[in-house]
Design a protein around this ligand. Sequence first.
Ligand code: GLA
Length: 358
Amino acid sequence: MTGGTFESVFGAPPEAVGQAPGRVNLLGEHTDYNDGFVLPIAIAQQTRVSVRRNAGPEFRLHAAELDQAVRFTLDAPPAPHFATYVYGCLVQAQGAGAQVPPLDIHVASDVPMGVGLSSSAALEVATLRALRTLLSLDFDDVLIAQLAQRAEIEQAGVRCGILDQMASSLADTRRALLLDTRSLERRFVDLPAGCEILVLDSGVPRALAESGYNARRAECEAAAARLGVASLREVTDPQLLDSLPDPLRRRARHVLTENARVLKAATSSSALDFGELMNASHASLRDDYEVSVAPLDRLVELLQEHPGVYGARLTGAGFGGACVALCREGEWQAIADAVLADYAASGHAGRILVPAPA
Ligand code: GLA
């Protein structure tokens, strides 16, 4: 870890600390901004935000891993992108009634960045948790997720759904969180017995993620408008999609089938069935939703071909980043070694993200 501790940077211990995990989404990709269903699980890697009131007038923010420091006030957003997430949470907390004093803020994190494991949501939720403790705010975990999502949309400028923030705020590492993103109703779901999760980074940066993500959102909104519904969640009969022109029909078909896969997985106790649903999700993201890239397809294919793997798919927004596999318990290391060696032979450098490296 670079960049020093809170005390070495600011010369005194913090008054409050907030922690929040990253997440891996097992099923339910690109469904959240369509009011649909998602099935994330928290990962062991966490972001820790420590805070202390300062004499003002500025906020002083230090990010240990990035080795970056920035000063700002709540009147104007700071320039570094990572700082807009923190700034956004402070602004949103203020909007929700908190009196936020000038603070020294220290961020430390081992959540991998830029691979689809929600490092930004972990930063947002940890920031709001630190504020909640410092100021004795009566924000519950759902409100924290909602404020975090608003910060990401309004201050960081990313039109995300609520999957990442709800997962970081409410998921746990042992059971998946089945979430209805329309009502925010949720329950924990056990993974099939005898399974464990492996997440591999494809090593492909998510270059087009932002423009591609916004384009897919716009296509879903256009499809819903043509069908005369508020969101694609309202459509359950696939035949209705026949009236849509391509590519809207395929985009909407992904959303419908993906919602169905989440609901089916949540009631399935069989690893084989769960894995099949993950494989089908990847095919749908690749062919109908078109958010995969060739190296990611290759890595997913290598995982799917391994006898110790029940199913695998890209996870997160796509366009690069990570994939997740449901593996036979006790075999993740052997699977990762074999698959990453084959992946390297095809000219790509992948790495293990989950389980967290020791
Ligand atoms: C990103 C967004 C989420 C969700 C996923 C795709 O992680 O932040 O809201 O839309 O992509 O499922």
